[in-house]
Ligand binder design. Sequence first.
Ligand SMILES: C[S@@+](CC[C@H](N)C(=O)[O-])C[C@H]1O[C@@H](n2cnc3c(N)ncnc32)[C@H](O)[C@@H]1O
Length: 224
Amino acid sequence: MRDLAPSSSYDNTRARVASYFDGTATRVWERLTSDAPVSRIRQTVRAGRDSMRALMLDQLPTDLRGARVLDAGCGTGAASAELAARGADVLAIDISPKLVEIAAARMPEGLAGRVQFRAGDMLAAELGRFDHVIAMDSLIYYTRPDLEAALDGLATRAGQIVFTVAPRTPLLMAMWHTGRLFPRADRSPTMIPQDHKRLGVAGLSRVGRVSRGFYISECLRVQQ
Ligand SMILES: C[S@@+](CC[C@H](N)C(=O)[O-])C[C@H]1O[C@@H](n2cnc3c(N)ncnc32)[C@H](O)[C@@H]1O
């Protein structure tokens, strides 16, 4: 039986993620997730992310009335808004208080009552049980053991988990080996490409991949 308690490497990664998204990256992320003009490269990332969000949301029922859904690592809240529009009771949580603030400010007025915003750790057991968990590009920074422990822990409290990993494509692995997935020597967290076939998690299946310019991400699902 795997230890479900967060490890020190999980804590360290989360701390790096928090200082990045709550510091140097807040404005970049706010802009990327808006309609504001961005570079050609970021346009491909934005388009890829829109496709991935749609693919992930397609794995959940259209009618989510009565369902409790966790948007784990909600960022600026795009998925939370769509989940709330389908009638879900959403808990939108992110380790970056600044991104949570932006997410709350962006939530359409008519949906705000359906979404509870919180700054904190998306794996905290005190968040309770959920019918669905969606974790878009928020588990991509964690090592395989930390990812497996995160999924095992969430699976004890959720009907299904729909999440993404950075796949081990030749391009991403070449970038990883040459250090180009370490964007500058600042505090930015590094994506860790994963081979989903090596993930030892019960009930895991592959949903599909989105590859659009500089955005490459794979959608997986855990269902008990
Ligand atoms: C690449 S962003 C994606 C945000 C959002 N899911 C989206 O797709 O627009 C990753 C987010 O995950 C959050 N995150 C990573 N680890 C977290 C953790 N352990 N608890 C809460 N949030 C976390 C980061 O702060 C960041 O906002």
